[in-house]
Design a binder for this molecule. Structure first.
Ligand SMILES: [Zn+2]
Ligand SMILES: [Zn+2]
Length: 284
């Protein structure tokens, strides 16, 4: 990890539109603390799981990026709509960035490696990563499958609509506390949780597999991301729909996929296993 003053964040121009929304959402999240109600809090927690776990973890990541299982189209589209509720962009942007990360992990071409700085890997690449935001030509070759699908092309352009509709609904039915908790606080919590997978689990945690990158397993990031924190397992077995490979590795997104399979809504589920002989453990 680089010293803060050499962090790549400070060498790139600010992306003002993204930065404006990031600041506005953080202000809204702080404002939520002044209108706390338990009802609003539980609405926020439920939406955190629906958007961050079911949407990003089960949808954008394990289904769309890695095709670790198959579902009916309506399930795929529903998970995609849930994922747009996180302010993490549409599926074409998200999936392309993440496939780039797997192809070039911690090397030239990785969109968010802590090799370029810890702050950069967490959020610098989003608020100052000019090239990624402006040069869609770099991203498109990574998502030929999604570009063929009219729904994914459409929702990638209009990804802010579900969030806006949800926000209007929360304001109408629950007032300001529901809006501030269910949209602003919940979104900021979800963003930092997801970003920790790019920053923390490439810096801190244990390594079960000797992958050629810095990926690590982190139980606390797994708790915040419904299972995405078993990131060393994931880099070793990218296609596996199961990230928590040991029984004690809490992985609610995997339980969700297993539940879909039980309902007949998921099939061809790829699931990695702990191989014999015993995998190498090392922690640092
Ligand atoms: Zn990674
Ligand atoms: Zn991945």
């Amino acid at each position: 990890m680089r010293a803060l003053w050499r962090d790549r964040t400070f060498t790139q121009p600010v992306v003002w539109v993204t930065t404006f929304f990031m600041i506005a959402f953080h202000i809204g999240a702080i404002a939520a603390l002044f209108v706390f109600t338990w009802k609003a809090f539980f609405v926020a927690m439920l939406l955190w799981w629906i958007a961050g776990g079911v949407g990003i973890g089960m949808g954008y990541h394990r289904l769309l990026t890695h095709r670790g299982y198959k579902t009916p189209k309506w399930v795929e589209y529903l998970l995609t709509i849930f994922a747009t509720l996180t302010l993490e962009g549409g599926p074409i942007f998200w999936v392309a960035i993440h496939r780039m990360h797997h192809q070039n992990t911690d090397k030239e071409g990785d969109p968010h490696s802590p090799q370029d700085g810890g702050l950069w890997s967490h959020m610098g690449w989003i608020v100052t990563g000019q090239s990624i935001h402006n040069d869609s030509a770099v991203l498109l070759p990574f998502v030929p499958d999604l570009r063929k699908d009219r729904f994914h092309v459409w929702i990638s352009k209009w990804h802010w609509i579900p969030m806006t509709v949800l926000g209007a609904g929360l304001l109408f039915f629950g007032g300001w506390s529901f809006l501030l908790w269910g949209i602003f606080f919940r979104t900021v919590l979800g963003l930092h949780s997801t970003w920790l997978v790019n920053s923390a689990t490439h810096m801190w945690g244990s390594r079960r597999f000797q992958t050629g990158d810095t990926s690590r397993n982190s139980f606390w990031v797994a708790l915040l991301t419904f299972g995405e924190g078993w990131h060393n397992n994931h880099h070793a077995h990218p296609q596996s729909s199961r990230h928590g490979l040991a029984w004690y590795e809490f992985d609610p997104n995997w339980y969700g996929i297993a539940a879909l399979r039980m309902m007949g809504l998921a099939w061809d589920v790829k699931a990695g296993k702990l191989e014999a002989p015993h995998p190498v453990h090392s922690s640092s």
